[in-house]
Design a protein. Sequence first.
Length: 99
Amino acid sequence: MEPRPTEDQFTKTIESYTAAVPSSAYLAVAIGAMGLSLACQVAGRGKWGNFIAQWVPTWLIIGLYNKLVKLEGHDKSDRGRENDSRLAPEDEANAARSI
């Protein structure tokens, strides 16, 4: 079996900053960009409205990345092969039967 890849220092640094921000904040920024884009469109500044509207998917993707990092636990520690906290499939089956 191949060893699992570990996170590099750059990725760990980014995740340490983004983990401090609640996932809902990224959604709020995306919704704010939608509102600002709409306001620009209504005010007759269509090019600015289109420009700001292009920020929305970026913020949503960053928020999704943040959420996935938190769910997988990579913001807590780097799980290499030797300290993997996940159960093996046969251990999961045994744990499910014991409940």
